[in-house]
Design a protein around this ligand. Structure first.
Ligand code: FAD
Length: 390
């Protein structure tokens, strides 16, 4: 597995790479570093999700596309994940009258995949652990990292603390990254964070007579300008429906009957498919969740580099957050080859190459925030659809 290379007189076999965060990007990144022969130590604040009864993630399923697949293929995981994904060849637009019109994602035969977030994360953790030189430390929450000494301090559930230094720290600790907070204290670090006015809420559409309640190989969209609902299929023949709406509007709905009135007005075809009782109940199960867009640069300081949402949380409307985070791993890996694994050259080069691309993904995601809920309804979009069909 992997080829250990000499860098600055030290074999990568002896060098410790600490990956903070064992989410989607951290777990995948652990595989990339383990393949190279580093001593990889992953620190994840949560318990091992493979043993947990309830896994609280962000979305239940997500769309895996080309970028993400490429990264998975580099660590030999593409087929394993793709075989458990459901191809979505087109968007299926639901009009108010219930009419459904497909808009393909690409040419014939091209598709994106609906994958289960928890399964994907579990599979990547198991793959990372299959390398003898990789270890995952669950229940280790990074509390502090000193930019002066490089010492990381982790908090354990029993209140005890553990400290560690590493040759490289890879920050994959998500949109609210603890490592990134230390970057903020340093000079010449650029940072912006924007919450959009919309929140999101997930609802389950159960199978009907043992089959999917709607056509499975589509990403269903109900664009309603200010509001939008989408639905992605799951292997158990349910759909996870996600309602995106301004927080003000969420707050106006306070009773089960109001939920039904709201759906009757905007998504009438979904009511019998989700079910009146389920709608009245599930709408209030969890509060609507916020969505944040974070941009920063540089992505590195000293021996620490940020990747995934820690470097670039994006709004979910372009379906590229995880995919871009997975692509970060490929880009870093290629630069490792170009710079002979010399971190002092790799990190600045990674920032130079990656910041503009990730910022562009963040901008496109923000653009699609409007596009998806409004333009898919518009004449302009119908015009484009006609072009697509030619
Ligand atoms: P995370 O998945 O957030 O993982 C971070 C990990 O770090 C977690 O396991 C966390 O427990 C751990 N952690 C946090 N703090 C610490 C600490 N102090 N110490 C130790 N560990 C810590 N992307 C797509 O590509 N396609 C989609 O269809 C898509 N749909 C989405 C839908 C919604 C509603 C949302 C909100 C996001 C969606 N995304 C999608 C984006 C995607 O979820 C993220 O880009 C992806 O989860 C980023 O992975 P990550 O590993 O960087 O961060």
């Amino acid at each position: 597995v992997g080829v250990a290379m000499e860098s600055a007189g030290t074999s990568s076999r002896d060098q410790v790479v600490a990956v903070v965060g064992g989410g989607l990007v951290g777990a995948l990144n652990a595989c990339f570093f383990a393949r190279r022969g580093f001593q990889v130590k992953v620190f994840e604040s949560r318990e091992d999700i493979r043993n947990a009864e309830i896994v609280r993630g962000r979305s239940i399923n997500l769309a895996l596309s080309h970028r993400g697949r490429q990264a998975l293929s580099r660590v030999g995981m593409e087929e394993k994940i793709v075989s458990k994904g459901i191809p979505m060849h087109a968007r299926m637009i639901h009009s108010l009258s219930g009419k459904q019109s497909p808009i393909p994602y690409g040419k014939k035969g091209q598709y994106i995949l609906s994958v289960d977030r928890a399964n994907l994360n579990k599979a990547l953790l198991t793959e990372a652990e299959s390398y003898p030189n990789a270890k995952i430390n669950f229940d280790h929450k990074l509390e502090d990292w000193s930019t002066d000494t490089g010492l990381m301090t982790f908090l354990r559930p029993d209140g005890s603390k553990e400290s560690l230094k590493a040759d490289l720290i890879v920050g994959c600790d998500g949109a609210f990254s603890t490592l990134r907070k230390q970057f903020l204290r340093l000079s010449r670090f650029n940072y912006s964070q924007t919450y959009i006015p919309h929140g999101y809420l997930e609802l389950t559409m159960p199978p009907m007579a043992g089959e999917f309640a709607m056509k499975p190989n589509f990403l269903h969209i109900w664009p309603r300008n200010t509001f939008m609902m989408i639905a992605l299929p799951n292997l158990d023949k349910t759909f996870t429906c996600t309602l995106f709406m301004p927080f003000d509007e969420f707050e106006k709905i306070t009773s089960g009957d109001q939920v039904i009135d709201f759906f009757q007005t905007y998504f009438p075809d979904a009511i019998p498919l989700i079910g009146v009782d389920a709608l009245k109940r599930d709408y209030f199960r969890l509060p609507a969740q916020a969505m944040v867009s974070v941009k920063c640069s540089p992505y590195h300081i000293n021996k620490c580099v940020l990747m995934g949402d820690a470097a670039h949380a994006v709004v979910p409307f372009y379906g590229q957050g995880m995919n871009a985070g997975f692509e970060d791993c490929i880009v870093f890996d290629e630069i490792m080859d170009q710079c002979n694994e010399d971190f002092s050259a790799v990190l600045p080069e990674y920032t130079r190459v990656r910041v503009p691309d990730d910022h562009t993904i963040a901008d496109l995601a923000m653009y699609n925030y409007v596009e998806m809920r409004a333009h898919v309804n518009s004449k302009w979009f119908r015009f484009r659809k006609n072009l697509d069909n030619i």
